[in-house]
Ligand binder design. Structure first.
Ligand SMILES: [Zn+2]
Length: 310
């Protein structure tokens, strides 16, 4: 199949977003945001979500250093969706992330899911998070990721609050049924605008009965690699970005064993949370071998909007 034909679905999606225009059609056709992996880090300390978390060893700084080293070796810049608490406790880590060219975005102030907020308390949460970022040297924060993918139909008001608070984009939605949160009626899992905010939803497997984020955390570690690779290749061949994420613990094979929060006390799911942590970087390197680039979400939107505005 010719490359031009393979890119057609993404072009038509962009046109759906921005409206029909011959000029725009041409610009998106020569889309400069090709072969993109919107890899990201959800920078949080899992211990803070446990009632007795302080009894476990501190792991975030060393895990983040390993992630930074991996990104440096890949000559990649990515987005760190960071909880406000991390900026307060590790301001030098925030400065290091920024100094290496990565983007700091907001992953809430204290990792409270959106359905436990009102619009007013969410607004205060965003402000507190931004204040902590500013104190650590992170200004002009424009991205947001809801804790546990909790931006769903009933919390859709979050888009309006984000827009009013000066955010440009969110990457929060799991556009499928999910044991925790999910928004099955969201529409395709592709970048689109909702209520004045770009949403970059998680890339999903699209298998009947199993719609999971194949490039994210536990799924990136547990699913057979050949399946992940096939899904990955198919998506980038169409000119669509792959959206994925890791937590610091996803690469941590020395972390103590404990029951992770927010998994409905499932022993099975908890065992998967420790599965194949040693293999993550190897999998990522293999996925990037074909020239796919990790770029920050901000950079991706700059290029996407540049292509459609020109
Ligand atoms: Zn999180």
């Amino acid at each position: 199949m010719r490359r031009k034909d393979r890119e057609a679905p993404f072009r038509s999606e962009c046109l759906r977003i921005i409206g029909p225009s011959e000029q725009v059609s041409e610009m998106v056709q020569s889309n400069p945001v090709d072969r993109v992996f919107l890899f990201s880090i959800d920078l949080e300390d899992i211990r803070r979500l446990l009632p007795d978390g302080d009894r476990y060893a501190e792991r975030v700084p060393s895990n983040t250093s390993r992630i930074l080293e991996f990104l440096s070796n890949q000559r990649a810049r990515c987005t760190f969706f960071t909880v406000g608490d991390i900026a307060r406790r590790y301001p030098s880590l925030i400065r290091e992330i920024i100094s290496e060219g990565h983007e700091i975005a907001c992953h809430s102030n204290d990792h409270l899911p959106l359905d436990r907020h009102t619009p007013e308390s969410f607004r205060e949460d965003l402000k507190a998070c931004k204040d902590s970022f500013a104190a650590a040297g992170a200004e002009h924060v424009m991205g947001f990721r809801a804790p546990i993918g909790s931006l769903i139909e009933s919390t859709r008001w979050a888009f309006e609050v984000l827009r009013e608070e000066g955010f440009r984009y969110s990457s929060s939605v799991c556009a499928a049924k999910n044991p925790l949160y999910g928004w099955p009626d969201f529409g395709p899992d592709r970048p689109c605008q909702r209520d004045g905010i770009w949403e970059l939803p998680m890339s999903l497997t699209q298998w009947p009965g199993l719609n999971v984020p194949f490039a994210g955390g536990i799924y990136l570690r547990v699913l057979p690699f050949f399946l992940i690779q096939a899904l990955f290749k198919r998506r980038v061949a169409k000119g669509e970005p792959v959206v994925g994420y890791l937590h610091p613990y996803d690469i941590d094979f020395e972390q103590e064993r404990f029951m992770h929060p927010e998994i409905n006390d499932s022993q099975f799911y908890n065992s998967l949370l420790y599965w194949n942590r040693r293999g993550v970087f190897r999998r990522l390197r293999r996925l990037l071998k074909d020239g796919t680039q990790i770029v920050s979400y901000r950079e991706y939107l700059d290029q996407l909007e540049g292509a459609t505005d020109a």
